[in-house]
Design a protein around this ligand. Structure first.
Ligand code: AMP
Ligand code: MG
Length: 412
């Protein structure tokens, strides 16, 4: 990470460079299932048993052995010799002309091979059923191991667990899983004009919104946030804050002061106290974005404009933080859609325009959310997608195909 470039680099380059220079944290802890959501696995997860663990019925109905039925076809009458109920398997054997009552999830005993749903039989009396049409052998049975075999790896290390994963892990009988320690991230805002919500504004002041959105984003991403509040545009105070922050956390996220204005001290401090990886990314909104290191903490300096802060955090800082957390990073789903209207664009930087999806003429098309100013948070709040327009792209005409990224967690 040399104090290299004042040249602009691409979004993909920025992510690749950050990911290549980051060493993931190594501390591991065992956490119970109830605390596993959004934690990142530190071990492979293997099926402890076959899933299903025993052959069982997919239906409420009657189980019989196909080969014991007469070969003439047509209706067959069978005597009910017993019951297999979930948790209470049938013990015993069947003679020709017999079946058992079986309920969904109940073990299928080895003396039968087919289940017929109760809707497909006539219950003649309490002890006798008539099958109108015998089924193909093996029908309505979930075989032991048909989903997973014991020992099969289901998740590699680096998996961020979602609620479905937790269900699957519980089905293996594991009560705890080894995960990486949760990342600690220091957060603060810089700017003399900023005021915390709840206080009165003086002329020329505005409310700090970035810190609140970023705290929510970081927490949703599963990280522990240490919020240092509002820091004034003062070189020494910022330097002191950097030093302090670097001893508190694995990463530092702040907004404001990363460009080259007279009072933009963030980058100056980073230059002298830490190391700067790069600080201009060819993206809009965005551009000024500082990545570096202060002592052992990785540093992410976001632009102050609220849309720029959120989009650079989402697109650049999140993949890098995931790498630091030890997570296998999977970008969001992208697809190509036609525009329902022209989109303004100048060649130079990659745009992340905010768009809506709307049905038109039986097709899903993308429309602009309206004015795209980098201070206009409403453009993100209402958006369904980022319209990702390549740096070299100019104006997009109505009806052209564009690449869209469905906005999802943790941003929405
Ligand atoms: P800066 O990157 O510090 O030059 O700030 C760019 C613009 O974003 C200015 O208009 C700032 O007032 C605004 N801004 C900076 N930080 C925040 C913040 N935390 N919340 C809301 N707006 C901000
Ligand atoms: Mg500022």
């Amino acid at each position: 990470m040399s104090a290299s470039s004042s040249t602009m680099i691409s979004v993909a380059d920025a992510i690749a460079r950050m990911q290549a220079s980051i060493t993931p944290i190594t501390e591991i802890e065992a956490v119970p299932l109830a605390a596993l959501v959004d934690r990142v696995s530190a071990e492979p997860i293997q099926a402890s048993t076959d899933i299903p663990g025993y052959t069982n019925s997919a239906m409420d109905g009657y189980a019989y052995l196909s080969s014991s039925l007469p070969e003439h076809g047509g209706p067959v009458t069978l005597k009910i010799a017993g019951v297999s109920q979930a948790g209470h398997p049938f013990q015993g054997n069947l003679a020709a002309g017999q079946c058992i009552r079986i309920l969904t999830g109940a073990q299928v005993p080895s003396c039968v091979d087919t289940v017929i749903a109760q809707e497909q039989i006539n219950l003649d009396d309490a002890n006798t059923v008539t099958l109108l049409e015998p089924l193909a052998p093996g029908s309505n049975i979930r075989r032991q191991g048909e989903e997973l075999s014991a020992g099969q790896t289901v998740y590699e290390p680096g998996r961020r667990f979602n609620p479905v994963d937790i269900g699957l892990i519980a089905s293996f009988g594991y009560a705890t899983v080894k995960v990486r320690r949760r990342l600690k991230v220091v957060l603060f805002s810089t700017g003399d004009e900023l005021v915390a919500p709840g206080k009165a504004l003086q002329e020329g002041q505005l409310y700090d919104s970035n810190r609140y959105a970023l705290q929510a984003l970081l927490e949703r991403a599963g990280y522990e946030v240490i919020n240092l509040g509002l820091i004034p545009d003062d070189y020494d105070t910022i330097a002191h804050t950097f030093e302090k922050a670097s001893h508190l956390a694995d990463a530092i996220v702040c907004s404001g002061g990363v460009s080259v204005g007279d009072f933009d001290f963030t980058k100056q401090v980073l230059d002298s106290y830490g190391s700067v990886g790069f600080w201009k990314v060819a993206m809009k909104p965005g551009k000024p974005f500082a990545f570096g290191k202060v002592n052992t903490a990785y540093f992410f300096g976001l632009p102050g404009n609220p849309v720029s802060a959120l989009v650079t955090f989402d697109q650049l800082a999140l993949p890098a933080l995931a790498t630091l957390q030890g997570e296998f990073w999977k970008p969001r789903q992208r697809l190509y859609l036609k525009t329902g209207e022209a989109l303004k664009k100048r060649p130079g930087r990659a745009d992340f325009q905010r768009g809506w999806l709307r049905q038109q003429d039986g097709e899903t098309k993308v429309f602009s959310t309206g004015p795209q100013g980098s201070a206009m948070l409403t453009s993100v709040a209402q958006a369904d997608v980022f319209v990702r327009l390549a740096a070299a792209q100019g104006r997009v005409e109505k009806g052209e195909w564009v690449e869209v990224e469905i906005i999802g967690a943790p941003l929405r």
